[in-house]
Design a protein around this ligand. Structure first.
Ligand code: 5AD
Ligand code: FES
Length: 347
């Protein structure tokens, strides 16, 4: 198995059967071997820097009904909210003071935010903070809409593919959502010039090793700038309420594999990872991740943007999270970078 890791390290790819073998035969010794290489590759590319992104959860209205997600439209118990442009700009100002140089606007697919409204918000953020990068994460849009967002100044876009297996995709989403459309959006975003992130949940219902192999092959082929990988965590008001959460060990293992496969990728240790284990994010960094995305949303809405149960940091101020993370990151020998933290290919 170590030879497979060596091969992955050297050639940055494996055959499907080899990925499968590597995943199925994982053990703690092998994981340590993988993580040591993943850390070395991360440090070769980005030093001991961890990049921070200020996450602004600007709306929890969503027209979609994904079976795993707590803000799906059928969840009538979710307390819905939208941030105003002024509130969003205020979050950015607070974030800037705290050293954030990337802001991520994330929200459900909410028709209230028309292209016109978004373009205005994007332009205002970039105008107020010209030295910052702006990332959007607001789902599937047309080529023209993505283009308008890019021209307004947005730099990056996160759109997880969720699973690269068609059949699996249809078991996680209602039938109006298709993997084909998701992939089309990802390729549109790249073509327009965004730094693009795809990704998937680990341990989502009906996922098997073959799905994970397909995810890895898709990621290799798509060659994104960012990859979001976190555990699935059930939300009590969804059809998957009774399903079990993804496993920490498997998430870490896949982070390590992705680091070797795409040495320059920006790879977050996600909030969901921090939710399933008290040191989840630190363990993520020690497995090859190099990004953390603390919350900058106003405290009064924090507890409403709940994609899954038991989400961490819903009661903490932005400054508390910033300081907390700095302590955690320094404790494991890394440092927070006060820079945009662009992908190497875009520097
Ligand atoms: N558990 C973990 N991650 C989730 N997401 C949505 N619902 C859940 C859940 N229950 C992830 C999806 C989405 C991202 C914004 O959050 O992968 O793309
Ligand atoms: Fe939010 Fe630690 S990161 S309190």
């Amino acid at each position: 198995m170590k030879q497979l890791i060596d091969k992955l390290h050297k050639t940055r790819e494996l055959e499907p059967a080899e990925f499968k073998e590597l995943i199925e035969n994982r053990c703690s010794e092998l994981s340590e071997y993988l993580f040591a290489k993943a850390r070395a590759v991360q440090i070769e590319n980005y030093g001991n820097n961890v990049y921070i992104r200020g996450l602004i959860e600007f709306t929890n209205y969503c027209k979609n009904d994904c079976y795993y997600c707590g803000i799906r439209k059928s969840n009538s118990t979710a307390e819905r909210y939208r941030l105003t442009k002024e509130q969003i700009l205020q979050c950015c100002d607070t974030g800037y003071e705290l050293g954030f140089r990337t802001f991520v606007l994330q929200g459900g697919e909410d028709g209230y935010y028309t292209d016109e409204k978004m373009v205005d918000i994007i332009q205002s953020i970039k105008n107020n903070h010209p030295d910052c990068a702006l990332t959007l994460s607001m789902g599937e849009k047309s080529f023209e809409t993505y283009q308008a967002f890019f021209e307004a100044g947005a730099d990056r876009y996160l759109l997880r593919h969720e699973t690269a297996n068609e059949e699996h995709y249809s078991r996680l989403h209602p039938h109006n959502l298709l993997l084909k459309n998701r992939k089309q959006c990802l390729s549109d975003l790249k073509k327009i010039g965004f730094q693009v992130g795809c990704g998937f949940m680990v341990g989502s219902p009906f996922q098997n090793t073959d799905c994970l192999v397909e995810d890895l092959l898709f990621i290799k082929e798509f060659n994104p700038h960012m990859v979001g990988i976190g555990p699935f965590i059930p939300h009590h008001e969804t059809p998957f309420a009774k399903e079990k959460a993804g496993e920490l060990e498997l998430v870490l293992y896949l982070l390590g594999i992705v680091r070797l496969m795409l040495p320059e990728v920006l790879l977050p240790a996600t909030t969901a990872l921090g939710t399933i284990h008290p040191q989840g994010r630190e363990l993520g960094i020690l497995s090859g991740a190099n990004v953390v995305m603390p919350n900058l949303s106003p405290t009064d809405v924090r507890g409403k943007y709940l994609l899954y149960d038991n989400k961490i940091c819903t009661g903490d101020e932005a400054a508390e999270c910033r300081n907390c993370l700095q302590g955690r990151i320094e404790k494991i020998g890394y440092k927070i970078a006060v820079t945009r933290g662009d992908h190497k290919s875009k520097l």
